[in-house]
Design a protein around this ligand. Structure first.
Ligand code: ADP
Length: 316
């Protein structure tokens, strides 16, 4: 009997129920005093998992993240996390929130163990044994246990970011917001950080803002592209790529040709490849002039939206 039960469970992994959280944002807007429209009627629905918010510098990502983290006010709109009204009930939201800002200060002479212990006391975890167990598990989860007694001042960029996540996890949050976390990390550190975030996305909504397409491609099950305060695309990376199937063409060209090509085609990206420009264009049909059809990737999706060669798309 026992044997049969085990088999059924193994064949039916959907029986494992993960916590289903919902973040619903509607018509969220923010204009700064100098007239900059940082968010313009942003609508987004986000469920448990890793969500990538992709956009260039100045797109409005930090404004969006800080507003959700209750650190600044929106002008209008609504934002709910499950049944918590984020814009009105900031205290309730902060109890379930883990936030890793773009830049954060660390006490350089303190060890991660001592700082986490101190922060846990500030969060009200007063029972010493509980706190010690929590700190040890956070250090293990973020792969910092071995260096728990070293000074934070000597940590690499990746180690500091992992410490940032450790402190954000003290309250076991169900909404985790990380603002541009991989900027400045080397590839090995970035990978380690990806693994950590992916694990968190199994239990919580993790929103990751980034201008690095690779971050979203590697990690996220759902994504949006934000530019000039507006959502240009909301889709899974896979669906977004599929929408461009058969429409992306590339060609190696001479530098002198680039300007003319831009006049005649919807050029979505221009990269240097072995010292020569490699152009990607968007075209519904076969363009003349020796272009070769290529499999679209997330960079094509990103640049075609940012440079306005395809319409705004929201897939729900
Ligand atoms: P991102 O995080 O995508 O780089 P931000 O949210 O930081 O974008 O900024 C969006 C826009 O709002 C930018 O044009 C930026 O210069 C402007 N901005 C951000 N913060 C302020 C502020 N406190 N006052 C005025 N303008 C701001």
């Amino acid at each position: 009997m026992k044997h049969i039960k085990t088999n059924i469970l193994m064949k039916n992994p959907t029986q494992v129920t993960l916590p289903q959280h919902q973040l619903k944002i509607s018509q969220l807007s923010k204009t700064y005093a100098n007239g900059t429209k940082a968010l313009q009627q942003v609508d987004l629905n986000i469920s448990t998992g890793m969500f990538g918010l992709l956009g260039p510098n100045g797109a409005g990502k930090s404004t969006f993240m800080r507003t959700l983290a209750t650190l600044q006010e929106a002008d209008s709109g609504a934002a709910y996390f499950n049944d918590i009204n984020i814009l009105k009930d900031k205290h309730a939201l902060r109890n379930v929130l883990g936030y890793l800002p773009q830049e954060f200060g660390l006490y350089p002479k303190v060890s991660p163990e001592n700082l986490l212990n101190h922060l846990a006391i500030l969060k009200g975890i007063l029972h010493k044994k509980t706190r010690q167990q929590l700190v040890a598990s956070l250090l293990q989860k973020t792969n910092l246990y071995e260096v728990r007694k070293k000074k934070l001042g000597g940590f690499s960029g990746g180690m500091k970011q992992r410490f940032g996540i450790a402190q954000a996890l003290i309250t076991n949050p169900s909404l985790i917001i990380v603002d541009e976390p991989t900027a400045g990390l080397d590839p090995a550190e970035r990978n380690r950080f990806y693994n950590l975030l992916a694990e968190l996305g199994e239990q919580a909504i993790v929103i990751l803002s980034t201008h690095i397409v690779e971050d979203v491609k590697e990690l996220c099950t759902d994504m949006a592209i934000l530019n000039k305060g507006q959502i240009l695309l909301k889709a899974s990376p896979t669906d977004a790529i599929q929408m461009l199937e058969g429409k992306i063409w590339e060609k190696h060209v001479a530098k002198a040709e680039v300007a003319e090509l831009k006049d005649n085609f919807q050029v979505i990206s221009e990269k240097m490849f072995a010292g020569k420009p490699l152009i990607h264009i968007y075209s519904e049909g076969q363009p003349l002039n020796g272009f070769r059809q290529v499999e679209p990737d997330l960079e094509d999706v990103y640049f075609s939206k940012i440079f306005g060669t395809t319409q705004s798309t929201v897939l729900v």
